[in-house]
Design a protein around this ligand. Sequence first.
Ligand code: C2E
Ligand code: CA
Length: 977
Amino acid sequence: MEELAQPDSSNLLRILIVDAREQDGQHLLDALRGGGYDVYARRMCDSEEIAEALRVEDWDIVLLDCAVPDLSAAEAIDLIRPLAPDLPIVLSIAPGCRNVPVELLENGASDLVFKSNPSRLLAIVERECSRLRLLREQQAAPGLPPRVSGIDEGEARFLQLASNTPECYWLVEAETQRVTYVSKGYEQIWGRYVEALYADRRDWLKHVHEEDRASLLRTAQQHRLGGLDAKFRIRRPGGSIRWLHARTFPVHNENGLIVSVGGVASDITSLVTEQGQSPFFAHFDALTALPNQLMFYDQARRLIALAKRKNLPVGVMVVDIDHFREVNQTLGYMSGDELLRQVAGRLSGLLRESDILGRLGGDVFAVLLPDVEDTSQAAIVARRVIDALLQPVRVEGQDIFVTASLGLVFHPQDGNDAHELVSNAEIAVRHAKMNGRNNYQFYSALMHDDVRDRLFLETDLRNAIVHGEFMLYYQAKVSCENGRVTGAEALLRWNHPRRGVVPPDQFIPLLEETGLIIQVGRWVLQEACRQAVIWQQNGLDIPSVSVNLSARQLQSETLLDDIADTLKLSGLAPVCLDLEITESMLMQNPDAAVHMLRELKEMGVTLSLDDFGTGYSSLAYLKRFPLDALKVDRSFVQDIAADADDASITRAVITMAHHLKLKVVAEGVETVEQLALLISHQCDIIQGYYFSRPLGQSAMGELLGADKRLPANLLRSGTRQPMALLVAVDAAEEAISMLERDGHRVCVAADCASATAWLAGNGVDVLVCGPSNGSFDAAAVIRQVAQVQPQCERILLSDERAKSRHQVAELGAAGLLHRVIPLPLATGVLHQTVEEALERRRVIDDYARLSREVEAGGRELLRIEEERRHLLRENEALRETGGQGYLILQELLAHLPWPVIGIDNDGMLALVNEAAHAVFPGRSLLLGASLADVLPEMPLYGDEADIEIAGRRFICRWRQFRPAASVSGRFLLLEEK
Ligand code: C2E
Ligand code: CA
């Protein structure tokens, strides 16, 4: 199979398929083409051919089938890795594959996809390809500084600032807003002495142009802790006007607290005047260089006037970046700016020349689309915008995934003038946001009603907090091992005065959007902990209570304190609190999430990954997070009893989770069949309507009081006694009574129908099936048992007839049969075979139970070891960056026009810059000499002095400096008067 596409296409994916079956690979390729890719693929399954293909061609990804004859997946990985170390390898699993090699996810494979359900493939391929691309870019540019994750943000910014040596930079103490440092650039730019600024921190503001002063002051006050980005004019002493661009940023100490705010100001007058004296910044947005709001509306007015005269259509599209606020909050304003710049670049690149793109402000862009007259044309543009954002944006070494919500309108039907059109497009944007973001909506007049409804809902929600209309329901989580309740998940309900009980899906998104979730989430936490303690005090057995966290809560600075306070106030033991976090929340900013989860773990609470399987993160990637349990999403669970593929996905997920030392909780278990299947796949805990719906607080108390449990006959073997089932076995009475006498559990079913009924409600460990005859199909029963209870040992009674022998051979080849008992049946043989099989099961169960116990202990050890390694790595990285920062700082100080002398903590000279050497021409200011010896006239540390040196007067001041956690010292600054 060879698929060719235009070789220069940027959407081209080069896929090496290692698979023996052509049809299977084709199916996966179709899924990729459906996602808009051109695909070039080659399929092969011979080691030499694979090695040759890797040597002579470039590939983006390998799809590796796990059932290639004569080439196991592990062997294939061993073959590929040395030849292409970074190439992503995705395992493809055929339906019914019995042994999914999940261990390979830790040993070289990136992810896995089921051939029967290729829906995950597109996302996996996009993720892996972009990772590979970034890796290749990094390798191609070895000069780039290594990416360091543990570095403190303030320090990084300072280093960045220092290395850029801007014209004027300063530091202000965060708490007092006192100016602690300002560079000489201040004098050049403002034409004022720095002393004036030291004396009066508002000195700089006095000389700002009167038209810009009030707004600048307002913005500066809003950004007291950094994040200011402003352009304004100042009036110099002679009256001349200069344009400045100023930015500020927070500087953190090693504990992450903001201690100072740094600033940079540059003179951009020449840039402004270069734009032909025209007020460039009045029309263009300085950040993105796109037309700003003023200019955009101006262009829109002209275009609409023209369209009216010539009767031409015009479309307007508003593009609003989703969750931009979080980017600013978590990564800082500089990253936010960079993100906007890059998004602007991407948008400009995909529009036609006649389209006009502008920035309306913040994270909102707008596009004028001349000649676009119908929805289908506009939809193409909108789709292109959404696709353009699929690739991550790289900002300060981090990949950020952004999406946008788009609203579209047309002139004249949706608005008569530019303002009306844009405002209606914004309403459509709100709808796109309500529809889950990352989509586009065409405006319709009906949307006004929705927006109004939503405003009412928002008002109601605010009132709900005040009036205490929220309440919690609780849904039990039950152990598959002993059938008892292991905990309860708290689920939020809103008791609306008019609408009745409103389910969370209808209001949680709004709580999130408005930020009210922080307040409500805090209440949920407090209420759930309080209730758990009451139950425990009343003697009810509820080992833990689970609380769902929202993305905003996870990012909130107060979360750790909230949890610590709640635990303290309620008296709930930390181990009794479980926090449920979704995969997408972790993926938004994995580094920050790892950090936060570690802190939470340190408090002693447990962590569960919610809705697992609905996101697209790599399974192996989850290893990074210190989780205790994985909750398999109910969409997986819902079809498992009916659909063999879902069963194999569920089995793979459970195996994988156990491999990662995580417990597995299956959500949404509604039927006994699902339960039986999950239990036989070694699921640890289930939750769902089968056992209990979410209940109000008193009903939940009753459930706990009644000690309700899962039916004992279904429990995971090892906790219940193994069970044998004999189906259509004649003349077995004596063997059965012997087995029962010895304390074994045995059941009988006469035919297929009664076997099916029995299997639906019971777990079986040993199946003995009578021979097929006209009315009984032994193979059907064996197949059914293999599917619903795969751990069961399956035994068939068979005679010597050719037909029977053929059936045995067929079942054996399919791996469905473990043993055959010859007919005619001897009581002793039946008794012994069943007894041995039950005994084997008991030994296996004991072994599994012991391994689980060992695993639980091992999990903790593993965590500690990983933690230790992580800290070591972080430490290493910090030292490296600290050293680098120090070098940059030295370089910077060396070139400063002021005399600067650096002294180490023992009072020895550590740095003397060129300007200082020039001030003391006859002295030998050797590094390592004592300051007191070589420059006795200098003031003692902490003092200031006014000194005359060779006829020049200097003020000498001391500064403490700490450019990195491991480096500190003092500077003596000599400022000429
Ligand atoms: P979730 O965390 O996945 O919660 C489980 C949802 O599945 C609950 O819906 C529960 O009623 C439902 N469920 C449980 N068993 C079954 C079953 O057997 N079949 C079916 N079809 N559904 C079942 P609910 O209570 O409507 O909650 C929906 C979502 O709202 C939750 O999904 C959770 O993401 C969110 N949520 C609920 N309470 C809170 C909260 O306090 N804070 C936050 N941040 N989110 C919450
Ligand atoms: Ca949940």
